[in-house]
Write a protein that binds this ligand. Structure first.
Ligand code: BG6
Length: 480
């Protein structure tokens, strides 16, 4: 099994047949198909590959229809135009097969044919972008059809809705696939800026010596969205912001922010360190949680008229280990908010002695902040105090900034899905989640799932319920 190389040599995956389940769904159209096309143009797909789209009879396509569907998806959502030689080659690799309701024989035959066309040793990558209620049945079907042989399988979140369902899902997956074949995807871990947390912390002496409870006053992770849940009401109403974002994504990001230095970047050591963070992450205390619901949510098609699902959640938690004990960790995410932002803020303590007077406008804390903006293409801002020019010793805030787009060649940039599909083809699981980690996160989530505080309504276009300010008092939200 190949694992992640920390060298500059780029690897190209071995020949593959890629099967996209749920290919007519939103995720495949927005991310996966345009992503595969970009990988093709970047020369990061295998030398020989075939892409088979599949779905149930009711959304069946012919090969030609699939190709024009893919072209349209790339035109609408991709960063590269589907034209010229690049498109002709990619288009040639595409075909479509219907998956039966209870068997995958036709699909298996199509995979075999594609493998014979390629010739020699060929891997299979099965990407399951299907609704959660279809996953269990599909996995069993894949096993019955022999599609679990020589395959790697990418499973989309959500991994269950609580500890029991996550365990059951995992049992079913492991009844058909070996753990080494399973790639549980959290696309946040594929974002450049999240991967870059490892570089920021462990390749630089500048930050890591301060990266602990002796110097850090708080950690805040915000993923706020202006988007509503329009178009996914039924799914969202059963899920809510806490499961959809905190359990699935923000906890994973926290794993990278809070972990100890792994002995290497390979999947084993890296994921062990993330797991240790989860083991010491404190169960979510409902008293430190505010849940909100935006005005108008109840009118979204698919949402129950009396729903108390949260579209916003803010909470305080803690990682109780030697490095972090006593440092509050604030996590916040919501829909229909004032801005779409994805930010990690590390708030540093003030110097032990205050040499400079504090102005009247400044309230309390005036420590430095390191802000990682991880929305693609990403940036990092170090906020500190500097002397204002002039005869007086007045301090004002200043900033040092790194922008990915200005500092590196953006043509090398891979979107989260592209990055992760590429890593899966190489067999590298470092940026994929582990089932014991997922189980632990559901344990951490359980007290809130059992006793959620009531939802508070908030106006669209605001920062959510005002009462969430108490979670971060006395400092206040960094993003406001
Ligand atoms: C998904 C959630 O996993 O992540 C969505 O289900 C959310 O609700 C999305 O909008 C955010 O991801 P990104 O990377 O598109 O900002």
């Amino acid at each position: 099994m190949s694992e992640r190389k920390a060298s500059s040599e780029s690897q190209i995956p071995e020949n593959h047949v890629i099967v996209l389940f749920g290919v007519t769904g939103d995720l495949a159209r927005r991310k996966i198909i345009p992503g595969l096309y970009h990988l093709h143009l970047a020369g990061l797909l295998p030398k020989k590959y075939r892409i088979i789209g599949t779905s149930r009879e009711k959304s069946a396509l012919t090969n030609d229809e699939f190709r024009s569907y893919a072209k349209d998806a790339i035109k609408t959502f991709g960063s590269n135009k589907p034209e010229g030689e690049g498109w002709a080659e990619f288009e040639h690799s595409l075909s479509f097969v219907v998956s039966g309701d209870d068997d995958a024989k036709a699909l298996h035959a199509a995979v075999k044919d594609a493998e014979a066309e390629i010739g020699g040793r060929v891997h299979r990558l099965l990407h399951l972008a299907v609704p959660p209620n279809a996953v269990l049945e599909l996995i069993t079907m894949l096993g019955d059809a022999g599609l679990n042989e020589n395959s790697r399988i990418i499973c989309e979140k959500p991994f269950g809705t609580d500890l029991a369902s996550a365990r059951h899902l995992n049992e079913v997956i492991l009844s058909q696939f070996d753990e080494l074949q399973v790639f549980r995807i959290d696309h946040f871990l594929g974002k450049e800026s999240i991967d870059n947390i490892l570089a920021l912390r462990f390749a630089n002496r500048l930050f890591e010596p301060l990266w602990n409870r002796d110097h850090i006053r708080f950690i805040e992770i915000d993923v706020t969205e202006t988007l509503s849940v329009e178009g996914r009401g039924a799914f969202y109403d059963e899920t809510g912001a806490f499961r959809d974002m905190i359990v699935s994504h923000l906890f994973q990001v926290l794993g990278f922010v809070a972990m100890e230095q792994p002995v290497s970047l390979e999947a084993g050591p890296l994921r062990d360190e993330v797991h240790k963070v989860f083991q010491t992450l404190q169960p979510v205390n409902p008293a430190h949680v505010v849940r909100g619901q935006y005005e108008g949510y109840l009118d979204v098609p698919g949402v129950a008229k009396d729903s108390d699902t949260e579209t916003y959640v803010a909470l305080r938690t803690e990682v109780e280990n030697t490095r972090w004990k006593g440092v509050p960790i604030y996590l916040r995410s919501g829909k229909c908010l004032k801005q779409s932002r994805q930010m990690i803020t590390i708030g540093f303590d003030e110097p032990v002695m205050r040499l400079f007077p504090v102005s009247k406008q400044e309230k309390g804390w005036r420590g430095n902040k390191l802000v990682v903006d991880f929305a693609d293409p990403g940036s990092i801002h170090a906020q500190f105090l500097a002397k204002e020019p002039g005869p007086l010793m007045h301090l004002d805030s200043a900033e040092m900034t790194f922008h990915y787009k200005d500092s590196f060649d953006s043509s090398h940039h891979l979107e989260a899905y592209e990055h992760l599909i590429f890593e899966a083809m190489l067999g590298n699981r470092s940026l994929f989640t582990r089932s014991d980690g997922i189980d632990r996160l559901w344990e951490v989530a359980a007290p809130l799932l059992d006793k959620p505080p009531p939802v508070e309504t908030y106006q669209q276009g605001t920062w959510g319920p005002v009462s969430a300010d108490r979670i971060v008092a006395p400092i206040g939200w960094c993003l406001k």
